[in-house]
Write a protein that binds this ligand. Structure first.
Ligand code: NAD
Ligand code: GLY
Length: 358
């Protein structure tokens, strides 16, 4: 069982990755703070995995809050439901909030932990590929606003991440593909050997080969942990993790949360970022084609929804956390395996990219 660490000084924490980890009660218990725990999960994940977590919490006063499932529920209303549950159960500031689920539950429960009584302990039990390779690591927590994705949130690190890779056996194929988008992202922004590995192991990943999945999760987490340790609050290189996200968030917000999966929107956004990088002369068309081919093989969409016009994109992209003083900043590719933050994006080329995808 590989255990990595996110090196954040006295907030250093482990990421445990492996099969059957939810069946090891001592693992979760060793990371609990205090004697009260609220498990936050949803209607899909609870019937599958809540019993195992409850078993691990024997002897700890614990409650479960089962929220409705979906990106459209990553809202301030649901956040308030977490606070109501905590208060109803008289949980004090020594409680631990445990997120059991995908990125939606992890982001929302993490934000609740950041806010409740000015901050309580937080543990991530990610059950989707996307959450195991990305969202459970690094402490970005948030809910959506109707006007913008993840616009209300906080940086708040968990005490630990426990990624039981067996949970991926029940994940729908479409969700597995969505997670692969974020896996491919690491190869594109900083890890060319990993991109090569993905080219040759994608079929094994799609077939849910346990060894291949474990390797992909570990390598992804290693990349993410390295970036977060260097730039926890995204003053610099952490922004690279947003490759494809400015375009992707525009798709998610523009289409209505949950219509496109986050990973699908990111995949299409990465195609658009690669296209723009080629227009800048940074990528060769054959490299763009390689990106497209890999994402297509992973079962991911390459073209944005026809409903969104270039003007829609520009309007939606103006609400992005990377915007600085009204200036759009985009993550692009200087080369495969070399992401960069482009401060000055040529508006004409951007329009060309937006028009070319239609
Ligand atoms: P999700 O949380 O909606 O989960 C996807 C679906 O799979 C849901 O229907 C869920 O109920 C179901 N599910 C979860 N685990 C399952 C399992 N083991 N078996 C069967 N079904 C299961 O989506 P996601 O892709 O995990 O996360 C997307 C969210 O993560 C987005 O809101 C995105 O903004 C956020 N995100 C955050 C970060 C971060 O750094 N905090 C990074 C990337 C993405
Ligand atoms: N997923 C983007 C980040 O964690 O910074």
């Amino acid at each position: 069982m590989p255990t990595l660490h996110v090196e954040l000084g006295d907030r250093r924490y482990p990421i445990h990755i492996g099969p059957g980890l939810l069946n090891q009660p001592d693992l979760l218990r060793s990371h609990l703070s205090g004697q009260q725990a609220l498990v936050v999960t949803n209607t899909t994940v609870a019937p599958l995995y809540l019993d195992r977590v409850r078993a691990a919490l024997t002897g700890v006063r614990h409650e479960a809050l089962i929220l409705p499932d979906g990106e459209s529920y990553k809202t301030l209303d649901m956040l308030n439901q977490v606070f109501t549950a905590l208060l109803n159960h008289r949980f004090d500031r020594h409680c631990t909030i445990i997120a059991l689920g995908g990125g939606v539950i992890g982001d929302l429960a993490g934000f609740a932990a950041a806010c409740y009584q000015r901050g309580v302990a937080f543990v991530q039990l990610p059950t989707t590929l996307l959450a195991q390779v990305d969202s459970s690591v690094g402490g970005k927590t948030a809910v959506n606003h109707p006007l913008g994705k993840n616009m209300i949130g906080a940086f708040y690190q968990p005490l630990c991440v426990i990624a039981d890779t067996d949970t991926l056996n029940t994940l729908p194929d479409r969700e597995l593909s969505a997670g692969l988008a974020e896996v491919i992202k690491y190869g594109l922004i900083r890890d060319l050997p990993f991109l090569d590995w993905l080219d040759s192991h994608l079929d094994a990943l799609l077939n849910r080969d346990p060894a291949a999945l474990s390797q992909a999760i570990e390598r992804s987490c290693r990349n993410k942990a390295g970036i977060v340790a260097a730039d926890e609050r995204e003053t610099g290189e952490r922004a690279l993790l947003n490759l494809g996200h400015t375009f992707g968030h525009a798709i998610e917000t523009g289409m209505g949360y949950g219509v496109w999966l986050h990973g699908e929107a990111v995949a299409t956004g990465m195609v658009m970022a690669a296209d723009l990088s080629a227009r800048l002369g940074w990528l060769h068309p054959a490299q763009v084609e390689r990106v497209r081919r890999l994402l297509a093989r992973a079962g991911l969409p390459l073209a944005p929804p026809p409903e969104l016009t270039p003007d829609d994109f520009l309007r939606l992209m103006a609400v992005d956390k990377k915007v600085q003083d009204g200036r759009l900043r985009l993550v692009l590719l200087r080369d495969l395996g070399l992401g960069v933050i482009a401060e000055q994006v040529d508006a004409r080329l951007l329009r060309e990219t937006l028009a070319a995808q239609r």
